[in-house]
Design a protein around this ligand. Structure first.
Ligand code: HEM
Length: 346
């Protein structure tokens, strides 16, 4: 087990992402990789300033002591699946690989593009692992209060709790791991991947909004509803979002993508501090921001995407400003048009 703590390298990150896609195609392991990323990040405590005591996306989940936490039952299998990719790319940290595997799994399962950035630094030793008990229970006495207690500690709000819970559109619960779910159902008895467990949705390798539809209807005994899932339609504040997502897949995808990216950054220390972005969206050195106000100011991801789309529509890019003769060309075209109009007018 490597204890390398350095941050990641962009070229290697891109290759690693291709390897993750291949792994997903052959193993159908999308759900467990999403759970791996979530359980590394979800230990974050916003009330603790010190890295890595605050927990979060720092690769600590690779250490046995944390993998043995009850909430992480079964995740050693996820680590085994991606360890060969880690071994291949010394320039990719565990913290980045866990989050990349999760985001790529969502995207490859048909979910939204997650505006990810990379460059997370790994913790180096097991002593830096968080104590047990920071992740949510599935069956606490007051599920809504419990969810708020855990997710508010991470700095996430009601909308984000509901959106992120929608990740249960993927995967299964296994009694031998978490104690929840049936040993098998008509949807899981033949896999794909290792058979068994109980899924929240019929097509549990497809990312869509069926989780919200299914827990609302509760018509199928073969589909799982944990007490914390049920709370999303019982609590008045959660319910607003759960109803919306059951109706509107696009609204769910938009909120999910934002919440997932936020979750993936919790507690992380980035090197370089602005992060490394691979697809021209999150964490980029956004030169365009300089043009508007004269000072560099961090824009929201949505705004960056809008600006990028506008630049790209005219063949440019915010980090590669348009060539000056582009404007000259426009002026020439306008002048020619004006000339033609006046000639035709005569
Ligand atoms: C809201 C509080 C949550 C609770 C109480 C909860 C609980 C659980 C439980 C009990 C399992 C079954 C594990 C097993 O038996 O293998 C599970 C699986 C899973 N969870 Fe959650 N979870 C929560 C939130 C989340 C979030 C925020 C995400 C991701 C963003 C997530 C993603 C998953 C996935 C993808 C699986 C399926 C894993 C597989 O098929 O191997 N969960 N969760």
């Amino acid at each position: 087990m490597s204890t390398v703590a350095a941050a990641s390298d962009a070229a290697q990150l891109k290759s690693a992402r291709e390897d993750i896609k291949e792994l997903l195609k052959s193993k159908f392991c999308h759900p467990i990789l999403v759970r791996l990323g979530w359980h590394d990040a979800g230990t974050y405590n916003k009330n603790i300033e010190e890295w890595a005591k605050r927990g979060g996306a720092n690769g600590s989940l690779r250490f046995e002591i944390e993998l043995k936490h009850a909430a992480n039952a079964g995740l050693v299998d996820a680590l085994k699946l991606i360890q060969p990719i880690k071994d291949k790319y010394s320039g990719v940290t565990y913290a980045d690989l866990f989050q990349m595997a999760s985001a790529t799994a969502i995207e490859e399962a048909g979910g939204p593009k997650i505006p990810m950035k990379y460059g997370r630094v790994d913790v180096s030793v097991p002593d830096e692992c968080p104590e047990e008990g920071r992740l949510p229970d599935a069956g606490p006495p007051k599920p809504a209060d419990h969810l708020r207690g855990v997710f508010y500690r991470m700095g996430l709000d009601d909308k984000e709790i509901v959106a992120l819970s929608g990740a249960h559109t993927l995967g299964r619960s296994r009694p031998e791991r978490s104690g929840w779910g049936k040993p098998e159902t008509k949807y899981t008895k033949n896999g794909p991947g290792a058979p068994g467990g109980q899924s929240w949705t019929a097509e549990w390798l497809k990312f869509d909004n069926s989780y919200f539809k299914d827990i609302k209807e509760r018509k199928d005994e073969d589909l799982l509803v944990l007490p914390t899932d049920a709370a999303l339609f019982e609590d008045p504040s959660f319910k607003v979002y759960a109803e919306k997502y059951a109706e509107d897949k696009e609204a769910f995808f938009k909120d999910y993508a934002e919440a997932h990216a936020k979750l993936s950054n919790l507690g992380a220390k980035f090197d370089p501090p602005e992060g490394i972005m691979l697809d021209g969206v999150a964490g980029e050195k956004f030169v365009a921001a300089k043009y508007s106000s004269g000072k560099v100011r961090e824009l929201s991801e949505t705004m960056k995407q809008k600006i990028r789309a506008e630049y790209e529509a005219v063949g440019g890019s915010p980090d590669k400003p348009l060539q000056s003769n582009y404007f000259l060309n426009i002026i020439i075209v306008i002048a020619v048009l004006a000339l033609l109009t006046s000639l035709l007018g005569n």
